[in-house]
Design a protein around this ligand. Structure first.
Ligand SMILES: Cc1cc2nc3c(=O)[nH]c(=O)nc-3n(C[C@H](O)[C@H](O)[C@H](O)COP(=O)(O)OP(=O)(O)OC[C@H]3O[C@@H](n4cnc5c(N)ncnc54)[C@H](O)[C@@H]3O)c2cc1C
Length: 432
């Protein structure tokens, strides 16, 4: 590590004032959205009013660069902000950074032509359009997307897409989908696929159903649909970047995108932790608060350390992106992706345990948080995939010692130490 990490630990006073505003705003305007019992149409009116306040405060879509209307905060300050936004599932919606729209906006910003940006990016950033990202397929492991089967074939002034996708989040409500499809199966794996913009009314696009998930019913048409492309025809101009650029664009977007999830998980874990500590102090068992139990105290201490470690790893990865770029932060991002997801799940699980039946019930947000958090361990790359990547990188710093023994083998070292000592002793005899 090199450079000044001061900004990672100390927030400058002006930005701290903003964070204070966000903390208050989340409690007064965003957390209430979680429990608002009104139809979707009314909910949307309330959400738009909340979004308008965020825009007026100039905190809308803060992850974007200034030229796209973001604040150019850098990743460290974004981490400090996202941690607070992440305390509620509705936070990203209120602050204009919800998946998959935020990632799709980044793709369009990175790879879109001026015309594509005008047609799709501007209304997406404004919140006038919604979008989906369609890559995962039921027939192929999402963990190895180079194996995807969906194809796109050029036919005159059009591309014709055929394939079967699922978990294309938001596809029911989306105005357009960004679709990944194979354009040249003979190419090397990471040059086989390209990305396309498919408008919702493209002929041959069929949104089959929302796949039911652990998350349960979702608002505003959100869900995780199965989608079929049957001779789905789109304009030739709807390709993003060049033919074969699909993985390159996905990679540019996914790295930084992943860490934004990790930042928000810190806030989710913190909120679960607060519910755990509060209940531990409140609930009497055998005449003493649960917090008096050494077992519960041990969980609290372990969770506190886990969360602090996750926070520091996230800030470190953010700092590396800010100072040396996203490519240099690849291993840091992979590490926080699985560590953060595991901590999130562990903390929520223990918070449920300490709250007992109440924690399991819909009378606390924990059960909803628990169901959502489970996906964190495999979306955007499964824990195992990231662990393998980190281990591969770590192992580059080692080589197998020559001979049959590890380099710290005690008998071998003892023999070497004896030789070394004999030399020293012989020299001291000689000198005296
Ligand atoms: C809520 C939700 C939203 C989603 N949104 C989208 C979306 O908008 N767009 C989209 O395209 N996709 C989306 N997905 C799909 C998601 O990206 C995939 O689930 C993910 O990439 C994993 O792919 P898979 O489900 O096919 O699992 P598989 O690739 O079949 O993997 C299954 C399991 O195998 C294990 N595994 C994988 N690789 C290895 C390995 N190398 N070594 C050891 N073990 C391994 C892991 O435990 C993994 O969980 C979403 C999924 C969920 C649950």
């Amino acid at each position: 590590m090199h450079g000044d990490m001061h900004g990672v630990f100390a927030v400058d006073p002006d930005f701290e004032r903003e964070l204070d505003w966000v903390r208050r705003f989340m409690k007064t305007h965003v957390w209430p959205l979680e429990v608002l019992d009104v139809p979707d149409e009314e909910f949307e009116v309330v959400l738009r009013a909340v979004q308008a306040e965020v825009k007026a405060r100039r905190l809308w879509a803060a992850h974007l660069p200034p030229e796209l209307g973001g604040q150019g905060l850098g990743q460290v300050r974004l981490a400090q902000l996202n941690e607070i936004i992440g305390t509620s599932f509705w936070g990203p919606y209120a602050f204009g950074c919800q998946a998959p729209d935020s990632g799709n906006a980044e793709i369009l910003a990175l790879a879109g032509t001026p015309e594509q940006k005008r047609t799709w990016l501007d209304p997406l950033l404004d919140g006038r359009m919604r979008s989906a990202f369609s890559m995962t397929e039921p027939d192929n492991a999402g963990s190895d997307p180079t194996r995807m089967s969906t194809t796109a074939t050029r036919d005159g002034d059009t591309w014709v897409i055929n394939g079967h996708k699922w978990f294309s989040s938001n596809a029911v409500a989306a105005d357009f989908l960004i679709v990944m499809a194979v354009t040249d199966p003979a190419e090397r794996p990471h040059r086989r696929a390209s990305m396309f913009i498919v408008p919702k009314d493209a002929p041959g696009l069929e949104v089959v159903r929302n796949v039911p998930t652990m998350i349960g019913a979702e608002r505003l048409g959100f869900g995780h649909p199965e989608v079929r492309y049957v001779d789905c025809r789109i304009d030739a101009a709807n390709i993003l970047g060049g033919v074969g650029d699909g993985f390159k664009i996905a990679q540019m977007r996914l790295g930084p995108g992943r860490i934004h999830h990790c930042m928000r998980w810190l806030g989710q874990a913190r909120r679960a932790f607060d519910m755990m500590c509060e209940r531990a102090l409140q609930r009497d068992v055998r005449g003493r608060p649960l917090a008096d139990s050494d077992l519960v105290r041990s969980w609290i201490a372990e969770c506190a350390a886990d969360m602090e470690a996750a926070r520091l790893l996230t800030l470190k990865a953010a700092w590396v992106i800010d100072t040396r770029g996203a490519a240099a932060a690849k291993t840091d991002i992979a590490m926080i992706k699985y560590f953060g997801a595991e901590v999130l799940n562990r903390v929520i699980d223990r918070a449920v345990q300490v709250n007992g039946a109440l924690g399991f019930s819909g009378d606390l947000p924990l059960e909803h948080m628990y169901r959502r958090a489970r996906a964190a361990r495999f979306v955007d790359g499964a824990d195992e995939v990231h662990k393998i990547a980190v281990a591969r990188q770590v192992l580059k710093g080692y080589r197998a010692p020559e001979g049959p023994w590890p380099s710290d083998h005690v008998p071998t070292r003892r023999a070497a130490a004896a030789g070394f000592a004999a030399d020293v002793l012989a020299r001291s005899d000689h000198d005296s």
